[in-house]
Each structure stands twice: as C-alpha cells, then as structure tokens.
Design a protein around this ligand. Structure first.
Ligand SMILES: O=C(O)C(=O)C[C@H](O)[C@H](O)COP(=O)(O)O
Length: 214
C-alpha cells in the first residue's frame, strides 16, 4: 500500500485507536470489535512485548482492519513491523535514522512532532503528515494552529490527551486529518475480553467523527 492510500485510510477512519496490549491472543477479537464499531484502522504499539505478535495476528487474520505499528522508535523495529505485516508506522517523535529505515522499507510513516524544530526536520525529510504528540500538553488546537503558520503544507493526527470530549476542537481544523487515542481500547476491557464495550466506544467515536466531518 502506498503512502497516499494509507493516509486516505487514516483520514476516512477519523479516529485511530492506540492499542497497548499485554496478551497477543486478544488481538484478533479486539480488532474485530473495533471494525464492528466502524473503526477499521488499528495502531498496535510496541510498548509491550506482545505488541509485535498482536500486530502480526491482526495483519494475518483481520483483513478488514489496516494494521499500523505504533511506538516505533528505532530503525531495527522497522524491519520487525514490516515482517509482521504493518501497512503504516507511527512514532512518538522524529528521528533521521528511523526516517531512513522507513524509506528503505517503503512503509508510510507518521513521525511525531510537537515543536517547530520537529516540523522543520520532518519537512526537510519530505514528511508532511505527522502525529502531533502529546497533543493536549503540547498546547492543543491553538498550538497546532500556530505551527500551521510556518508549515501550511503539513497535515496532522493529534494524539495524546484526545478523547470524545475534545476531538471536535481538533477536527474543526482543516490541517487535522484524523485524531488518535487510547480511550477506545481501555486496558481493562481488553484484559476481560469486554468486546461489546470496545465496539460501543468505537461506534461512539466513529459517529462523532462522521457527525463532524460527514
Ligand atoms: O505509544 C506511542 O507511540 C505514543 O506516542 C503515545 C500514544 O499515542 C499516546 O500516549 C496515546 O495517548 P492517550 O490517548 O492520551 O493515551
């Protein structure tokens, strides 16, 4: 999948669930629960050892969900997530080494940016779609608007402190293509297999997105 197609999937999904998973055997049910609620992109973070196997399980067994690798912070992880079947990669920050590894791997990438210096490095590398992280503590929508002054070509996925209560203030900005967050995939719901709750949260989020963006 090329960069344009991957970005289009993120943009159409609108709300990207950021998954932190302790047990990879839960991954397939989790992805099905999200898809049932209208969320068909799943960002699985590498924060926990089970992350890679969870990503692989979704890539292999849930064709309706776009598998995205999150928390990719080293070049070595790039090949691992590619082998696991990731179709796109998200990082909390920007690094030239990770950028180069992703270009070599041919995978779309949303680097994390929070400052004008981060944006300068991202744009210099040809990366104009970025995760704005940590969105709320980095200044929220006013900070994003300010960054768009010098970087009007950039598009953002604000993540970090985003929830149902404030996603509208981000999605009101034209430079925002989607938002991300962990609220759709609570750790206790994953641990207890409460898939109905995950589907309900996904549905609530996708309906909120569609009400704002059509
Ligand atoms: O793990 C990563 O790669 C990150 O960059 C951080 C996560 O995307 C955010 O921590 C999610 O934020 P919350 O929705 O506020 O929980």
């Amino acid at each position: 999948m090329d960069e344009t197609a991957a970005i289009a999937r993120l943009e159409a999904c609108g709300v990207i669930p950021v998954v932190v998973i302790e047990d990879a055997s839960r991954a397939i049910d989790l992805a099905h629960a999200l898809v049932a609620g209208g969320i068909d992109v799943v960002e699985v973070t590498l924060r926990r050892p089970a992350g890679l196997a969870a990503l692989e399980a979704i890539a292999r067994s849930v064709p309706g969900a776009l598998p995205v690798a999150g928390t990719v912070v080293t070049p070595a992880q790039v090949q691992q997530v590619k082998d696991a079947g990731a179709k796109a990669v998200v990082s909390p920050g920007f690094s030239e080494a990770v950028d180069e590894a992703l270009k070599a791997a041919g995978l779309p990438w949303l680097p994390g940016v929070a400052t004008a210096s981060d944006c300068m490095r991202a744009v210099a590398a040809g990366r104009i779609v970025a995760k704005f992280f940590p969105a709320e503590t980095a200044g929220g929508p006013p900070a994003l608007k300010a960054l768009s002054g010098p970087f009007p070509q950039m598009r953002f996925c604000p993540t970090g402190g985003v929830g149902l209560n404030n996603l509208g203030s981000y999605l009101a900005l034209p430079q925002v293509i989607c938002v991300g967050g962990s609220w759709l995939v609570p750790a206790d719901a994953i641990a207890s297999g409460d898939w109905a709750r995950v589907t309900r949260l996904a549905k609530e989020a996708s309906e909120a997105f569609r009400a704002l963006r059509g």
